[in-house]
Design a protein around this ligand. Sequence first.
Ligand code: NAP
Length: 531
Amino acid sequence: MSAGNHDVIVVGAGFAGIYAVHRLKQAGLDVMCLEAAPEVGGVWYHNCYPGARCDLLSVDYSYSFSEELQREWRWSHRYADQPEILAYLKHVADRFDVRRHILFDSWVSGLRRDDETGLWMVETANGASHAARFVILATGPLSIPKEPDFPGYGDFEGELYRTSRWPQHEVDFAGKRVGVIGTGSSGLQTIATIAGQAAHLTVFQRTPAFTAPAYNRPVTDEENARIVKDYPAYRAAMKRTYAGGYMFSSGKPVADCSEEERREILDRYYAEGGIGYVSAFTDVLFNEEANDVVADYLREKIATRVKDPVLREKLTPRGFPIGSRRPCIDTDYLETFERDNVSLVDLRETPLVRFTASGIETTGGHHDLDMVIVAIGFDAGTGAALAIDPVNGGGLSLSQAWADGPQTYLGMNVAGFPNLFLMNSPGGTSVFGNMPVVSEFEGDWIAQCIAWLDAQGKTGIEARPEAQEAWTRELHAISENTLLMKAPSWYSGGNIPGKKRGILAYLGGFDVYQDRGQGEADAGYPGFVTC
Ligand code: NAP
């Protein structure tokens, strides 16, 4: 990493940033990475709460760019836990000599383009400044926590933690009365893990989740040998799927299946463990009747896991389509509520009134607590880019450009912001794809684009407004054909009060997304202005 101006500055050293640095340095570019944390990992560094674990198969949720890496790394479990994923990312950073390019403890506090020099000027909270021809925001779609706005939040005198910013030290739950707010993926994992350690656990639930058992288990030597042997073909096949992995689908719509066949398919995917229950049929996210079939099946399964009828009803999701909020998987989560030391507070019946010095008050009474864990999610999609809020050479900020909701072309550039690339951002497949593999595609696309510009003797590229508008119109049209907008979830900004509602990703499929992106490059970037 040189001390002067850089070719590229990458912001963030999670899955996307690590790959981007590797790919760009391989292309011979001078690349620097700024990472706010003292270590690589991104979301897998910060979300080290008890029980944190990936809910996607690790053989899928990992890089595919190096055959050697795939052969060398052995996942211990089908679904790896946070320490194992973080160890993997550290290994990749070391093995591919990425770490040398990263400045840690460097929170990007300002990003402004100077049109005269054609450089992006980057400032960090620790007072440093850097400059580069290109900047890549690899800042993650789920990295900025949703801010707790509970009345009296600051009054609580006990221990207070957020799953999304879990401390790097051990937290002791023994003998303590612990409260958890939030029952999405983070809350579910925390609750099931700490219930056996706390003196008492009170779960504050607003919306119950659709969840199914992960049936996580160690990967056997035989399985591992088969994975390694088949990996190249497996990877090639998964890149041609809708999500870029997780090939759990019968390939049939519900309507084409008899009652018996539906049951057989659902039983098969449920027994497999994981989120296959949502993708088992092709029409679950598009057709309400199909969705009801799968949702009813899951409710039936939830009923078999919770014996107490009152608890069962509280824990049963109703009123929104299955899959319109991110589906969950768990290990003994629902069973946890049958423990004597666990109680459930339904915030729909007794809303939260305020935090107090000694606990949480709801309309149903006061809950005395020694510790509260907040697992209320993220300002998804737009949060990280807007926290930096880049300003272009004309003085327009990204927050101004996105005042009516995010707009990008191909999820990788915003009109008016030359030489600024985004990864896993609104308008890309982002969280609807297999993120490590989506990151590889986008990293390759950006590297290829910079190489093309350099070869042509060009210095700048930005999306044409009309290409961006057409892309944004298309992705909204696709989402309107789905059931995803029928729940106020983070998929569409509905979890943040006041946030503009709109789908945050391209739902046309990762296979199509790659074709569209590569088609643009092959045609000489007609949707972009270059100079
Ligand atoms: P989330 O899915 O957005 O869940 C947040 C939870 O907090 C919801 O139950 C929500 O209830 C509740 N909540 C939010 N604001 C609240 C308030 N003011 N009062 C009471 N309850 C409130 O967030 P998450 O669990 O952190 O997960 C986010 C995403 O990260 C996941 O969907 C997944 O994509 C990813 N993730 C993955 C894993 C994994 O791989 N296993 C683990 C963790 C996270 P409402 O729905 O009623 O708002």
